[in-house]
Design a protein around this ligand. Structure first.
Ligand code: HEC
Ligand code: HEC
Length: 216
C-alpha cells in the first residue's frame, strides 16, 4: 500500500509539473500505449457480456453506462478490480466484475476497449465549463483538470494507468461521478485528489465542466 501510494505521489508530481500535455489521440503508437499487456483480439470475444451495456465498440448508447472506447486499459482494469473488492460501489458492476476474476481475461477485455477509436460526443459550447477545465477555480483551490486529464480530456500518455479519458463521455455519467466523489460515495481514488477537487465544486460548476467535456 505504501509503495502504491508513493507511486501515485510520484506520478501526480510529474503530471502537476509537466508543461503542456501532449495530445493523446488515435495514432498507432498511442493506441499501442493504452492497450498495455492484453490481447485486443481475444478481448473482443471475452467482452461480449460487457458490450451488452457498454456498446459493441465501447460506445454505449445510454448515459448510465459509461463509454469505455479508447479508455486506458490500466484504468479500466483498476476500476473492475475496485468493483470486485467493493472499494467502488455499483450493484450491477459489483456483480458483473466477479465474472472476470482471471487476470488474463481482464487484460484482454480492457485491451479490446482501449484499442477502439477514442470516445467523442457532440460538441457543446460551454465557456464556464471550458474555463474550469483549463484554469481550475483558483479561489476555491480547484486544480486545473487539464493537468491530469490532458488536452480535451483525452488523457495523459505518460501516466495512463492513473488518469482516465474524460473527453466525449456522457455528461450525466460525469456529473454522477463528480457528485459521488464529492459525497464520498466513490472512495476508490487512492490519491485523494478527486474527492478534494469535487468537494470544492458547486452543482453548477460540476454541470458546466461535465457538459463541456461531453462534447470533446
Ligand atoms: C448490465 C449492464 C452492465 C454490464 C453488462 C457491464 N457493465 Fe460496466 N458499468 C455499468 C454501469 C451502470 C456502470 C456505472 C457505474 C457507476 O455509475 O459508477 C458501469 C461502469 C463500468 C466501468 C467504470 C468506467 C469508468 O469510466 O470509470 C468499467 C471499467 C466497466 N463498467 C467495465 C465493465 C466490464 C469490463 C464489463 C464486462 C465484464 C461490464 N462493465 C459489464 C453497467 C454494466
Ligand atoms: C491531480 C490530478 C487530477 C486533477 C487535477 C483532476 N483529476 Fe480527475 N481524476 C484523477 C484521478 C487519479 C482519477 C482516477 C480515480 C480512480 O482511480 O478511480 C480521476 C478520475 C476522474 C473522473 C472519473 C472518470 C470515470 O471515468 O469514472 C472524473 C469524472 C474526473 N476525474 C473529473 C475531473 C475534473 C472535472 C477535474 C477538474 C475540475 C479533475 N478531474 C481534475 C486525477 C485528477
Amino acid at each position: 500500500m505504501l509503495l502504491y501510494n508513493n507511486r501515485i505521489a510520484a506520478a501526480l508530481a510529474v503530471a502537476l509539473l509537466a508543461s503542456t500535455a501532449a495530445f493523446a489521440g488515435d495514432n498507432p503508437s498511442e493506441i499501442k500505449q493504452r492497450i498495455g499487456a492484453g490481447d485486443p483480439v481475444a478481448g473482443k470475444e471475452k467482452s461480449e457480456l460487457c458490450q451488452g451495456c457498454h456498446g459493441e465498440d465501447g460506445n454505449s448508447v445510454m448515459p448510465i453506462y459509461p463509454k469505455l472506447a479508447g479508455q486506458w486499459a490500466d484504468y479500466t482494469q483498476k476500476q473492475v478490480r475496485n468493483f470486485q473488492s467493493l472499494s467502488r460501489i455499483n450493484e450491477t458492476m459489483n456483480e458483473i466484475a466477479l465474472t472476470v476474476e482471471d487476470s488474463q481475461d481482464l487484460h484482454d477485455i480492457a485491451a479490446y476497449f482501449a484499442s477502439q477509436k477514442m470516445m467523442t460526443g457532440k460538441s457543446v459550447p460551454n465557456e464556464a465549463g471550458r474555463k474550469i477545465y483549463y484554469e481550475g477555480i483558483a479561489e476555491k483551490g480547484v486544480f486545473r483538470c487539464v493537468k491530469c486529464h490532458g488536452e480535451n480530456g483525452k488523457g495523459e500518455p505518460l501516466n495512463n494507468n492513473l488518469f482516465p479519458v474524460l473527453g466525449g463521455q456522457f455528461k450525466e455519467y460525469t456529473v454522477k461521478q463528480m457528485k459521488d466523489f464529492r459525497s464520498g460515495f466513490r472512495g476508490n481514488d487512492h490519491s485523494g485528489m478527486m474527492p478534494r477537487i469535487a468537494q470544492n465544486m458547486s452543482d453548477a460548476e460540476i454541470e458546466a465542466v461535465s457538459e463541456y467535456l461531453s462534447g470533446r
